[in-house]
Ligand binder design. Sequence first.
Ligand code: GLN
Length: 441
Amino acid sequence: VQSKLDALKQNTNNTVNALLDEKALELAAKVDAKIANGETIGLLEGIPFGIKDVYMVQGTITTASSDLLKNYKSAYTATAIQKLLDAGAIPLVKENCDSFGHGSSSENTIFGAVKNAINPDLVGGGSSGGSAVNVAKDYTVFSIGGDTGGSIRQPAGYNNVYGLKPTYGRISRYGLMAYASSTDCVGPIAKSIEDIRIVLNAMSGQDVKDQTTYASAEIDKDAISTSENIKTIGYFKNFIESEAIDAEVKADFLAAIEKIKDKGIEVKALDFFESNTLVSTYYTLAMAETASNLSRLDGTNYGNRIEAENLKETYAVTRSENFSEETKRRIVGGNQVLSQGFSDEIYLKGLGLRDQISENFEKDFNEVDIILSPVTPSTPPKIGDSLKDPLAMYLSDAYTVGFSLGQLPTLTVPQGTSTGLQITAAKNNDELVLKFANFLK
Ligand code: GLN
């Protein structure tokens, strides 16, 4: 714990919003004492981890990397984090990320852009950039990210580590600051499939504080160590034939497909929605939900209030001064698609398309066990580039957002020199995702 804290303190990748050093050292001393006493300790006991700075941890400041909440102290602890604490894991750090999860590069933050673990001139990815970089650099053994439209999978891919977005509802969202509630997922980033499995098991389960959660069985180590029940995989033809895909990403993906065929697995090319449709459906719904979720942040109950002449002005100044440009873009966009005259045409259309996307997945999973995809069409951009072109940034989410809308379990595994492979299974089949990842190794 001490050496990881030291490394975090000295890190130049901008991964840290706050260190939880005092508490971490206190917890570590307790574990040391237990070991000295000859007591047996649990699998997660004493294991240092990081927390994306959008999770409530009682007594810590939870900023969402925003000016609005830069002094906001959590009054309670998120269920998923509490379960890890109960298992004895030791939280070291609140991690830098895109403000409120809004972004794909971890540049939309008051703490400075997160730098990629492999090449610091490039972005760390987002929005859980600090979390992925901390794992890649061994500053934490695992980190808890949040994934609404790719924010665990994409930075995991950009930094060559594993990142899982579980089935929606498998892990409680209670205490995760809401971005788009219908696709927000809690998930682990780690350096091995086994670590992902252990952390996933520890956090899963029904929670009376989140009505969308469901009970799930533990995933057994042996059960994911066979290739039983993996016979057919599919991939989306249009993703791979798209003009937007980098040559390197395409070549790595096709090489993976060949390797899978050589192992005797049948591979099917599937039809899917165009990237533009996926990205616009996702952003329509995500912006609508975030506009609604963030309406509570007006400086009255939470955050950094800026007093003005009257109450209305106070709301306006507090929100204008404290939200980032990107967050304001989303609030304005979201309120527009929800407003009278637009909601039928745009918001309801988005909901309809989401249903069609989910039905399409159901049909596909009657034919294939796994869907394989690159994580992103291109390799990580240089720091500064994404901020110049928000639309290009939205389009870079083309391969992750569809699986989010479908609420499916999906895992990034490191692959070749590009940005990772994304392994997706049918709803509630997180076990098969991990099994396939083992099979690919
Ligand atoms: N890049 C996507 C967005 O900005 C996904 C972010 C996320 O999953 N939190 O919405």
